[in-house]
Design a protein around this ligand. Structure first.
Ligand SMILES: Nc1ncnc2c1ncn2[C@@H]1O[C@H](COP(=O)(O)OP(=O)(O)OP(=O)(O)O)[C@@H](O)[C@H]1O
Ligand SMILES: [Mg+2]
Length: 444
């Protein structure tokens, strides 16, 4: 990070250099506005400290020039106490702060430190926003519907409550991310708590944070996730696993829009989009006394249901191709796609683990894939044999003769009614086959 100092008093330049040098920033210090503007153009400093009284063009003019070039960089003005009027003018022109001479060097340093922290945080958030741009793949009606809702709530200015329900691996987390990172909150914090991953007794301090001394391990004040998410999105994943006592406390925060850290007295305002997700049936959890009904209704302002993959098979092709292109990049391969036959098998598979299982499947195939096209022979055995086990399951409960009849019929069809081949396939003689065809009166 870079700091530009424009002041004609050498002693001020020097002491600022010494004080700010400790912050690990690159410092440029000049004595005139002209030089300052030149350096600003060349170096694009994150923070500029400008004396109002400069020989040549004055600090106010320099500020105007800087603001023409960059609306976001931080500008701090220095004036004499007798020139407060100028300081006010500077603030109107877009300065971020001002100090009056003689100023306390320590205070100046602290202020710069705060600004640096802020700049760093907002840079991180905007990087995070770019990296996390989220694509929800699918053309099925249910995915289109989900995408539309995600877009709407993501771009809505006021905060709301969203509850995403659906089987494991159907894309609940990716939807939460899409709402945040593809919407207007993308440069604000996105904070996730996975309730299933955190022991129940630690969930409260994770969420609420604590004051120093609140309990014996609280050596220092710590902000909780509620506080961290302020202004952005709080994602409560696996909400069905949240401690029941904590559910009551959470409900209060969501209703009153304020909270206290554990051991704290001060009430802190809270404002964020709240997204909760679960693969449990919350209604059943309510019945069993594991989930609070009032919290359920509080969260369920915008309900989103994700559909199992086996009920939207038209998305399978798009998803496979999408994952192939992703793994082409990360595995440095150039697989072109999947053949029609192999795709058909995939489309008929049950995908109990939904998109997560499909993604893992593509990854596994891609690791071993050497040919340009993924074909039936590249598919793992469990997916290929699923077809036949599915068929044999269908036979369970039917009588043996009808099974035999259907099998003969199917094999004949497959072999174009060639008796010799069909007999061979079924492992019986041609005479036996003929007799059975007659017995069951099988015909084309
Ligand atoms: N429509 C989709 N488009 C692209 N990728 C998807 C889609 N749906 C799911 N995925 C991917 O599948 C994987 C599983 O999705 P995700 O983690 O969002 O599921 P989940 O519903 O949260 O599952 P769980 O209930 O087990 O936590 C992730 O890698 C995700 O990126
Ligand atoms: Mg999840």
């Amino acid at each position: 990070m870079k700091v530009l100092i424009i002041d004609d008093e050498k002693s001020i330049r020097l002491s600022l250099r010494v004080a700010l040098g400790k912050l690990g920033v690159k410092i440029f210090a000049v004595a005139s506005g002209e030089e300052g503007i030149e350096i600003f153009r060349r170096e694009k400093p994150d923070i500029s400290i400008i004396d109002v009284n400069l020989p040549g063009i004055n600090g106010i003019e320099v500020l105007k020039e800087i603001r023409k070039k960059d609306k976001n960089c931080i500008v701090i003005m220095i004036t004499y106490i007798s020139e407060v009027r100028l300081a006010v003018e500077a603030m109107k022109l877009g300065a971020n702060d001002y100090f009056t001479k003689p100023f306390n060097m320590e205070e100046m340093k602290e202020s710069i430190e705060d600004h640096l922290k802020y700049i760093k945080k907002s840079q991180e958030l905007s990087d995070q926003g770019e990296e996390n741009k989220t694509e929800i793949i699918g053309k099925s009606k249910s995915i289109q519907n989900v995408k539309e809702i995600a877009k709407k709530v993501g771009n809505m200015l006021y905060d709301t409550f969203i509850l995403i329900q659906g089987e494991s691996g159907t894309g609940k987390e990716i939807i939460a991310k899409a709402i945040h990172f593809n919407g207007i909150r993308r440069n604000k914090p996105y904070i996730a708590l996975n309730c299933a991953a955190i022991p129940k007794n630690l969930q409260e301090s994770e969420l609420f944070g604590y004051e120093k001394g609140a309990f014996s391990d609280a050596k220092q004040q710590k902000k909780g996730l509620i506080e961290e998410s302020n202004g952005g999105t709080l994602f409560l994943d696996e909400i069905g696993d949240m401690d029941i006592m904590l559910q009551a406390k959470l409900l209060r925060v969501l209703q009153e829009k304020k909270f206290r850290r554990i051991g704290g007295i001060k009430e802190i305002a809270f404002q964020a989009n709240v997204i909760a997700a679960t693969n449990k049936s919350l209604l059943k959890e309510i019945e069993n006394g594991n989930f609070r009904e009032d919290l359920y209704y509080r969260l369920n302002v915008v309900p989103i249901y994700t559909t199992p993959l086996r009920e939207r098979r038209e998305d399978i092709e798009l998803l496979i191709n999408y994952f192939i292109s992703q793994y082409n990049k990360s595995l440095n391969k150039s697989v072109k796609g999947i053949t029609k036959e192999a795709l058909e098998i995939c489309e008929n598979y049950e995908w109990r683990g939904n998109v997560r299982e499909l993604k893992n499947f593509v990854e596994r195939v891609m690791i071993f894939q050497e040919d340009e096209w993924i074909d039936v022979e590249n598919l793992p055995q469990n997916i290929i044999s699923y077809e036949s086990t599915k068929d044999s399951n269908a036979f369970i409960g039917s009588n043996l003769e009808s099974v035999e009849m259907e099998m003969i019929h199917k094999t004949l069809q497959k072999n174009n009614w060639n008796i010799s081949k069909t007999a061979r396939d079924l492992g019986i003689s041609r005479v036996t086959l003929r007799r059975k065809i007659e017995k069951y009166s099988i015909h084309k």
